[in-house]
Write a protein that binds this ligand. Structure first.
Ligand code: FBP
Length: 565
């Protein structure tokens, strides 16, 4: 295999661990807090998780760990979309397991959750793991989006675990995948099987967070990668002065990625889906807001600019959100008949007949390409695949139409020439930043410690992330405390509640305070590429979202290398 010089250098990078995890694993114990409650719909969640509901939060501290030296076999799954740092979670888990007992084994289930069902796995060795340390991608074992939820899938998983003597499974995934982890852990317990299940918070979307999980891994690297690209486009736009760039950014639901990138690059506009929903804006109003920015800049002679569009926007526009929710139910309930329809015309006719009057009106008013994209297959969790809906192109088209109308009336005298971009896959497998390398390694190492403490139905968590890694605190939080009931595939299911952008949160407020200036001025900033070697201020800073949410690490004293000053 050909290896780049950076890859060689990254192999040698030693991820930083919190002080408490630097001790001998036999001297790290778990302190348990008070029982916990689900974030909402507690009674329903409790009923469905009779064996794992309400467990206490766990925190690592110095003390005897009697379970650490036990010989164990652990299986690990990478689930859902790729996120930088996944390999380091596995490396941290592997190192923890081997520190506990050299005879213990780590197996990787291949291709996502389907690997545990089908018994497709590989055993990790030192040499194998070393070839993936501090690298991006999930190619070590691959990933997948199979939803683990049926009795049959659980039985097959159990048989595979028994065959290879696996007594603990670690699921590295986002909200849906960790919901799978919780279901599997509960099912094992209900069967009286001694197989633990531990989750790890992954997703570039940044929407798997709460008071215990400060950020999901991958968000740091992915947003820094996108911000670099946006900064480059801003430079190009300000050099040529002839294009408007509409950049759609991944983030299936929440707008954390778009918001973080806006804070890093100061574009002329950035739509935040959560605000659109809160203000109950129509698609036409979203377009009108963009048009205002373009007209104002044109009046200053600036017929160019950059705007950010979150991938999930379309679902947050109330009228389109209602349409998508009706479509989801319709496609789930009428799947059999729908499958017999031939071609888009028949499908559209059927859909329009079945939709409510309002939704049918909204559906038919959308361009045909978008209509087709809205009825494409749902993912295995019942979500519409927003990455395949070309919202950025839809907005360009609508903005153009509106500006043409204004031109005729003499209300717009500028020029509008727009280019569409979509950044998502570009950032999901980047070399993890130092932050993600350290964070992921700590998450994996902590997953081993949770296993050694005999816990199940937990997600590995690390806090104090705005501080240097040595000061981080690590532990686990019960998966059921993050759950509520939501409509999926036409029925109510227990799922981990997504963390959306909070409009009264510090990151949004920081953006809202400055966006009117960014709209008119050319206030672009250029973050440049992620740096792995060099001064702390350049290489070891968390995202602006994290720094703002945590209020910085220096308490206002502006320490050298501080993330917030
Ligand atoms: P996860 O929630 O699984 O981490 O995936 C996030 C994501 O990258 C979204 O931002 C995007 O909409 C989606 O995955 C794309 O999925 P796919 O890789 O299946 O095209």
């Amino acid at each position: 295999m050909n290896i780049s010089e950076l890859q060689k250098a990254r192999y040698a990078y030693q991820p930083k661990l919190p002080a408490v995890l630097q001790k001998d694993v036999k001297n790290i114990t778990v302190a348990l807090g008070e029982p916990t409650e689900a974030v909402a719909d507690a009674a329903d969640v409790k009923k469905l998780f009779a064996n794992t509901y309400g467990q206490p939060v766990a925190r690592f501290e110095e003390g005897t760990n009697a379970g650490a030296g036990k010989k164990i076999n652990v299986g690990v799954i990478l689930s859902g979309g790729q996120a930088p740092g996944g390999h380091n979670v596995i490396a941290g888990l592997y190192d923890g397991i081997k520190k506990g007992n050299k005879e213990s084994k780590l197996y990787g289930f291949k291709g996502g959750p389907s690997g545990i069902i089908e018994g497709d796995y590989v055993e990790f060795t030192d040499e194998f793991i070393d070839a993936y340390r501090n690298t991006g991608g999930f190619d070590i074992i691959g990933s997948g989006r199979t939803k683990l939820e049926t009795e049959e899938q659980f039985k097959k998983s159990l048989a595979v675990c028994k065959k290879i003597g696996v007594s603990a499974v670690v699921v590295i995934g986002g909200d849906d995948s960790n919901t799978n982890a919780a279901l599997l852990g509960e099912w094992f317990k209900a069967q009286g099987e001694d197989i633990q299940v531990i989750g790890c918070p992954k997703t570039i979307d940044g929407d798997l967070k709460n008071e215990h999980i400060e950020t999901s891994f991958g968000f740091d690297t992915a947003t820094k990668t996108f911000a670099e690209l946006i900064g480059n486009i801003e430079k190009d736009s300000n050099s040529a002065k002839k294009y408007w760039h509409f950049i759609k950014l991944m983030g299936r639901s929440a707008s954390h990625i778009a918001l973080e990138c806006a804070l890093q690059t100061q574009p002329n506009f950035c739509i935040i889906s959560e605000e659109v929903e809160e203000k109950k804006m129509t698609l036409a109003q979203v377009v009108e807001d963009i048009v205002k920015v373009i007209v104002k800049r044109a009046e200053k002679g600036c017929n160019f600019g950059v705007g950010l569009v979150p991938e999930g926007l379309i679902e947050f526009i109330p009228e389109v959100g209602a349409l998508i929710s009706e479509l989801n139910d319709l496609l789930a309930h009428e799947a059999e008949y729908y499958a017999t329809l031939n071609g888009f015309d028949d499908q559209a006719e059927f859909i329009n007949r079945k939709l409510s009057r309002d939704s049918s009106y909204v559906y038919s008013s959308l361009p045909v390409e978008i209509q087709k994209q809205l009825i494409m297959d749902r993912d295995p969790h019942g979500n519409v695949q927003v990455s395949r809906i070309e919202t950025e192109k839809l907005l360009i088209q609508m903005v153009e139409e509106r500006l043409n109308e204004m031109k005729v009336k003499g209300e717009f005298k500028g020029k509008f020439s727009a280019l569409a971009h979509f950044f998502g896959y570009e950032g999901r497998c980047a070399f993890p930043s130092n932050f993600d390398s350290d964070y992921c390694y700590t998450l994996g190492f902590s997953a081993f410690l949770l296993i050694s403490a005999g816990l199940t139905g937990y997600i590995s968590n690390v806090s104090g992330l705005e501080c240097p890694a040595g000061e981080w605190k690590a532990g686990g939080c019960p998966l059921t405390m993050m759950m509520n009931m939501e409509q999926r595939h036409g029925s109510m299911k227990p799922v981990i509640k997504k963390a959306l952008v909070e409009l009264d949160g510090k990151p949004f407020k920081a953006f809202a305070e400055q966006r009117d200036v960014w709209a008119v001025e050319t206030a672009f900033t250029f973050p440049g590429a992620i740096q792995y070697y060099g001064p702390d201020e350049v290489c070891n800073q968390p995202t602006k979202t994290l720094a703002l949410e945590k209020g910085g690490c220096c308490g206002g004293e502006a320490k050298k290398g501080c993330c917030c000053c």
